[in-house]
Design a protein around this ligand. Structure first.
Ligand code: BGC
Length: 382
């Protein structure tokens, strides 16, 4: 992991390095209002950023969730391309992580067990016998502190929170900040910063469910996907990596050239049967870009012409084809979200890395920090 200094330096850099306060904002307007209340009475904020072309994003401090993302199609029509809810309460009860920041460890840890510095840790197990996306009270369920910020790229919102030593079984207190910036050219830049008091493990990701035709509009099987990865990490039947790193060549996992998602999803392949479709980590091609931003994936919807590029400095990408969506969750505007009605492209470190010594490390040492950036960039093709 990238380490950039001591905790104090980190705290200072989180306040200063290019991120100034909202009062200096002159470029883009952020409207802050109340999204609603949780059943325990706590108020939840909503932040709306509209750029000069009229495209917009809505965020909330509940789970640092992306509530909506309205971008133009090839005719200029704006549609909301992410799944979600119209009110806060279902985000705590019914949400398969719609739009949320997931952590402290995104993805799965085998039986919730790992060891660090010779100590064994048992995390909450919330996905059968495994730990998933931070446990029962993961970062997706926290009320974060929100602040409007002006950055070099544009106006954004910074959410921060503190995860205490022992939360969900994790060792060491951890400070986390996630900053979203939505630019005039329809790029959503997400910057994650975390700093540890004592040694711990960290893996943060964004869990938006995208449907580029518009949320609730059919399945994503006609979307075309390209992933810049020659290898993936196969899993066992509980979706924990086996530890192998296998070539995608001549398998349904080959997205090195753009391919409709539906083309091979029903192929007879053990890995597809374990995932119920695609639910795997791709090993991003990045040797020549180590630690730098690179194009990880390109998603296109031929019908609307919307295109989304995913850029990141992370080593892995979980492509989840919405296999557990089954029409039972009703979301925004009363839409029942259909089987494979959306997909997630989660930039991250590989699943279960704390138990896989040959995977890129996810240990964050006490007094050190980790910073990572992912961009979802929207445009149109004809
Ligand atoms: C996982 C899926 C899981 C989904 C929602 C994805 O990141 O890979 O297996 O069902 O999150 O929990």
């Amino acid at each position: 992991m990238k380490r950039i200094g001591t905790l104090l330096l980190v705290a200072a850099s989180m306040l200063n390095a290019g991120w100034a306060l909202a009062e200096q904002d002159s470029r883009m307007k952020v409207v802050v209002d109340e999204f609603g209340k949780l059943v325990d009475g706590r108020g939840v904020d909503r932040y709306t950023i509209e750029n000069s072309s009229g495209a917009s994003i809505q965020l909330t401090n509940l789970g640092a969730v992306i509530l909506s993302l309205k971008v133009p199609d090839k005719k200029g029509k704006l549609d909301d391309v992410v799944l979600g809810f119209d009110e806060p309460a279902p985000y705590l009860t019914d949400s398969p992580y719609f739009g949320a920041v997931v952590g402290r460890y995104a993805n799965r840890i085998d039986e919730g067990e790992f060891s660090l510095n010779g100590n064994n840790y048992s995390l909450a197990t919330n996905n059968d016998q495994n730990h998933l996306h931070g446990g029962n009270l993961g970062f997706d369920k926290l009320l974060w502190d929100g602040q409007v910020v002006e950055t070099d790229l544009g106006t954004g919102v910074r959410f921060s929170t503190v995860s205490d030593d022992g939360d969900e079984g994790y060792p060491g207190q951890l400070f986390v900040a996630v900053t979203y910036v939505f630019t005039d050219d329809n790029a959503l830049e997400i910057n994650y910063q975390s700093s540890a008091v004592d040694d711990t493990v960290v893996n943060l990701s964004q869990h938006s469910y995208f449907n580029l035709a518009g949320q609730g509009d059919g399945s994503i099987l006609d979307h075309t996907l390209q992933i810049n990865a020659d290898f993936y990490t196969p899993v066992d039947r509980t979706l924990i990596p086996t530890g192998e790193i296998l070539s995608v060549k001549q398998t349904p996992f080959d997205f090195t050239q753009p391919k409709p998602i539906g083309r091979d999803i029903k192929a007879k392949h053990e890995q597809l049967s374990f995932g119920g479709g695609y639910d795997h980590n791709w090993v991003l091609r990045r040797s020549e870009f180590e630690g730098q931003m690179h194009l990880a994936a390109v998603l296109t919807d031929p019908g609307s012409g919307r295109k989304m590029e995913v850029l990141t400095d992370q080593p892995g990408l979980q492509f989840y084809s919405g296999n557990f969506l089954d029409g039972s969750v009703t979301g925004k505007e009363g839409v029942a979200y259909a089987y494979r009605g959306a997909l997630a492209l989660e930039t991250q470190h590989y699943p279960d890395s704390p138990n896989q010594p040959h995977f890129p490390r996810t240990t964050l040492r006490g007094g050190e920090s980790f910073t990572t950036t992912t961009i979802y960039r929207f445009s149109v093709v004809n």
